[in-house]
Design a protein around this ligand. Sequence first.
Ligand code: DSN
Length: 417
Amino acid sequence: MEDANTGHFLAPLAERDPLVAGALRSEAARQERQIELIASENTVSRACLEAIGSAITNKTVEGYPGRRFHGGAEFADVVEQAAIDRACRLFGCAYANVQPHSGTQANQAVFFSLLKPGARVLSMSLAAGGHLSHGAAPNQSGRFFDVTHYGVDPETERIDYDAVAALAAEVRPELVISGGSSYPRAIDFARMRAIADSVGARYLVDMAHFAGLVAGGAHPSPIAHADIVTCTTTKTLRGARGGLILAADPAFGPGLQSAVFPGVQGSIHLQTIAGKAVTLGEALEPSFRDYAHAVVANARALAAMLEGRGVRVVTGGSDTHLVLVDTASVGLSGQEAQDRIEAVGITSNKNPAPSDPPAPSQWTGLRLGTASGTTRGFGTAEFERIGALIADVLAGRDADAPRLVAELCSVFPLYAR
Ligand code: DSN
């Protein structure tokens, strides 16, 4: 029956809002025709897309499953409890909070739970590969806490654990943090835990970037070493956009529950939590282990090809999905390198290299990641082709590059199958 509300319930987006519908269509087409190398991106499953776009977005709930402030939460509880149970099973932990809207909000909640304003924190600098939410000056965490950063050894470009231990002894932090956005190597979690213990600090690992590799057994797990672990469900975990907080010891649970809600968040984004439940279920499937191992093999193949073609890679390689190119080695800034490869259809982002100054215009790093391309079906042969292509484009030899990108994208489509 037609009434005034019929359009509200039935009219498709293309009819209701052609501008937004057109932009979404164009974005989907862009993803199909470009090679995505942004290390924080991936491509979710059709099932995950369906969950994120479902009517559960209409539901308002606060609190936790079985203890909600709003009625009608029966199915919200099913979805959130599934996500919690799957996160615990996937990562082998006793506690999981699936409500953080992002990795940054997950970290905020950990700070809120463990620290008082003004507390001392020791974390990796942005240039060395850390994250804004670990106490960088422009972030809330940098304004509310007394943060000292460690860097990497200038020769090896890897964490110098003796130097971190010495800094911890000097600073006496209450919280030590590992992880971030662009450190391409595996972190020695046991050593960092010992450093935290030596000064009586808590230890947080932010595995936002490599969570999927941990889930798939392609990277060491920090769960047994850290007091608390945070991550996002995007990136290598290949899912809905949001954060998780995990702990092996359930004793951290009550403090973290109230830190997330009502500490730093209000009502939850149930459509995203439904997407996270699907994501975590997918990561529990045996095939996800193959995916995670392929992501790392592909990053190593990409790094080796770049180095072989005279493009230096920070630390000389990768233990993760992430390859950090030293664009100064080919006489370019990070921005110039990003622009050059984007012009032929490869998406990436400029990034500080370990010794770069803070101004983005002076960065000489280009961060590449293999998570999304691996989802698409690229293997080591394709990533070697991409590495050779990038080396050519950075050297100004790009005549054939757009055709090669188009060919790879058409042989390995995303949703357009
Ligand atoms: N932290 C940002 C990145 O790594 O790109 C967003 O996830």
